[in-house]
Design a binder for this molecule. Structure first.
Ligand code: JHZ
Ligand code: SAH
Ligand code: ZN
Length: 417
């Protein structure tokens, strides 16, 4: 493993480098979102950093002020397995079919997936091309993907790896990455790597949480160590255009609480820019995504949201209700730490990822238990810490509902559903 560097604090934009970054939201000191703790670890001190989001008024990129070294986040044991959600599985089937039908054009040219995780998308892509390569630095999830017979390189994607891939396999007809681009601090390096490895008619596709959805839904829990950037079509277009690339299509997608699928290519590629791109640029300008005031107003709404959630939980506790957490998500770490919710409020957090069982939530030390424990003795309320999966979870937990159980969600404001 590479040497772990101290967290850099940046008050300059990571994209423009010389322009100022304006911090607008401070969520306080925060542990690593996916650093679930063992019984021994809860008595030891935890690594924390100051979780703040900032806005660059030059390129409009919203980003973390202080970042955590990726070697601390994505190494031998990464806690999140993409295959845990059946809804996401269907979503990736749809993406693979779109790629197979509309994007791929030459079986000899490789398809490269960045952030393959346990191979959920790569396996589907392998049904459309004989030449699919996955890039996945976290060893445990990469191993899960290899078990499916997939070709996975266990490294971080960067300019150096892109040059080696191009030398070994030739230029790519597609580079695709879901929920990974916003995780890579050196975005300029990614843009250069794309420019270097894409074929003249090659396409890149990225899916990431969409800034406009985060703002409108008040989804502040998308802000955590792994998400270094919060993209708009405006900020991404400016970044790519600096490096000879352009966006030709965007599609809002209803995953992870509101994401954007962005399609791009080299500047000289034959694909025309579709009207939907301009429509989004206009909508973003009209919402005020280029103005610092919009972000200050968002931060104010986040502070109100914390008050409404803690008041609701206090009220339920006062009534003697049993409340538990449902889904030990990364977002949960942000909500629980920012709102100061611990084991005195939530009896446990249940989750369907076996490797999280027996561990404790980062910073707040709530025990994580299998879903079976929830079903054995239903509580009165289940606070859904992966609100993006509320529909899927609610459908699975019909019996809980039938027996009078209720879910709590805090997005966009605290409510019982
Ligand atoms: P979920 C992760 O976010 C991290 P997280 C990462 N940074 C990112 O961007 C997205 O994924 C892609 C549990 N669960 O998907 C399983 C149930 O218990 O919102 C997981 O522990 N029952 C890469 O962690 C957690 O929720 C269920 O029925 O916020 C996943 O949360 C379902 C559907 C999930 O991702
Ligand atoms: N694509 C999957 C996984 C998202 S989780 C999905 O949408 O569900 C993000 C994944 O990206 C993790 O498995 C992490 O190890 C990986 N990752 C982080 N930085 C990366 C980089 N620089 N290059 C390639 N993968 C990276
Ligand atoms: Zn900038």
């Amino acid at each position: 493993m590479n040497e772990i560097k101290p967290s850099p604090t940046s008050l300059t934009c990571r994209i423009c480098e010389d322009s100022k970054l304006y911090p607008f939201l401070d969520l306080g000191r925060m542990p690593i979102a996916n650093a679930f703790l063992s019984n021994e670890q809860i008595s030891q001190s935890e690594y924390t950093f100051r979780l703040q989001a900032g806005f660059c008024d030059s390129c409009t990129m919203v980003q973390l002020v202080e970042t955590v070294d990726p070697n601390m986040l994505f190494h031998d044991h990464y806690a999140y397995f993409s295959s845990i959600s059946s809804f996401m599985d269907e979503h990736f089937t749809g993406l693979a079919v779109t790629i197979g039908k509309d994007i791929l054009y030459d079986d000899h040219l490789p398809v490269v997936e960045i952030g393959t995780n346990d191979g959920i998308l790569l396996q589907k892509l392998a049904g459309f091309t004989p030449n699919a390569i996955g890039i996945e630095p976290s060893a445990n999830v990469a191993a899960a993907a290899r078990k499916k017979g997939l070709h996975v390189v266990s490294e971080f994607f960067n300019t150096d790896l892109a040059a080696r891939l191009r030398a070994q396999h030739g230029q790519a007809q597609l580079v695709v990455g879901t929920n990974v681009l916003c995780h890579i601090p050196d975005l300029t390096g990614v843009a250069r790597a794309l420019e270097a490895m894409l074929d003249a008619e090659g396409v890149f596709i990225f899916e990431d949480p969409y800034l406009l959805e985060i703002m409108t839904q008040l989804a502040y829990d998308q802000i955590y160590d792994e998400h270094v950037y919060y993209f708009s079509v405006t900020s991404l277009s400016r970044l790519f255009e600096k490096h000879g690339l352009r966006i030709f299509r965007v599609e809002p997608i209803p995953v992870h609480g509101g994401s954007m699928r962005v399609y791009g290519c080299r500047m000289a590629c034959s694909r025309p820019v579709e009207p939907v791109v301009t429509a989004h640029l206009t909508a973003e300008r009209e919402y005020g995504l280029a103005s610092l005031e919009t972000y200050y107003a968002f931060a104010e709404r986040v502070r109100h949201s914390r008050v409404s959630l803690t008041e609701l939980l206090r009220e339920l506790q006062g009534d003697g209700a049993r409340v538990v957490g449902y889904a030990a998500s990364s977002k949960g770490t942000v909500i629980l730490n920012y709102c100061g919710i611990g084991p005195e409020t939530l009896e446990y957090v249940c989750d369907n990822t076996p490797s999280k069982h027996g561990l404790f939530t980062p910073g707040t030390h709530i025990p994580i238990v299998p879903i079976d424990q929830f079903a054995e003795n239903y509580p009165d309320y289940a606070f859904v810490l992966a609100w993006n999966h509320l529909k899927e979870i609610s459908a699975k937990e019909q019996t809980f509902r039938e027996q009078g159980g209720k879910f709590i969600s805090h997005i966009p404001t605290a409510r019982i559903t």
